[in-house]
Design a binder for this molecule. Structure first.
Ligand SMILES: [Zn+2]
Length: 224
């Protein structure tokens, strides 16, 4: 049984219902032989919120591993270990078919490669937004941030160097997960915070949290 704790849910803010320990960085993605002293972010999470993404977590793990391309030991351990085994389960063929539907053939140096475009995998992006919402709570920048206030995508365009000193870096594990974040609440530009999360040294994702109740600062309808 999951350990029961008593604070309101970090994701929806509901009080007075059973809580479980919500692992912000999903446990199934972690390499097996990791330092037990690493302090993994954990937040209070209600059963209703847990249900939203429990199915999608396997999908996000696959997306993060595929986005990390080849050559990383931690990513390959996942691919050849537990992900491969997950395809053997009863729901395996369904997962595999779903994953294959996300692959796009791309020609690189005259050879055809299959690439996954994580941003097109809606369920995986739900998990990414959940991760960012959990980290907001974990770093005491706010709590119960609604899903609609988080924009998540692959990290495509690097931030300009002048922003770099605003970021705080957190390395949970060199080979598996590190992230950067900047608290933008004092800027008054409609942004709450920005996050860059990297898995397996390669697969890098961007999260932007809006400070607005409805929409994002770049949205013409924001605030109305
Ligand atoms: Zn909840």
């Amino acid at each position: 049984m999951p350990k029961t704790i008593l604070q309101p849910c970090a994701y929806c803010g509901t009080a007075n219902v059973a809580r479980t320990k919500g692992h912000v960085i999903q446990r199934s993605m972690r390499p097996t032989d990791k330092d037990p002293k690493i302090q993994w972010p954990v937040v209070p999470e209600c059963e209703e919120c847990r249900k939203i993404w429990q199915d999608a977590e396997s999908l996000f793990r696959i997306v993060a591993v595929l986005a990390s391309k080849e050559g990383n030991a931690a990513a390959e351990e996942q691919w050849f270990g537990s992900i491969k085994r997950s395809f053997d389960h009863a729901s395996g063929p369904k997962w595999l078919a779903e994953m294959l539907s996300y692959l796009t053939p791309v020609e690189v140096d005259g050879r055809l490669h299959l690439q996954v475009h994580p941003a097109k995998v809606a369920k995986a992006m739900t998990v990414l937004r959940r991760t960012i919402r959990g980290l907001v709570h974990w770093h005491k920048l706010g709590t119960a941030i609604p899903d609609k206030r988080v924009f998540a995508d692959v990290y495509r365009v690097p931030f300009a160097p002048e922003y770099h000193d605003r970021f705080t870096e957190v390395i949970l594990d060199e080979d598996f997960c590190r992230y950067y974040y900047a608290d933008l609440r004092a800027d008054g530009e409609g942004y709450h915070s920005v996050w860059v999360i990297q898995f397996y040294r390669r697969g890098t994702f961007l999260g932007i949290v809006s400070a607005l109740e409805n929409g994002f600062p770049w949205d013409s309808e924001a605030g109305h």
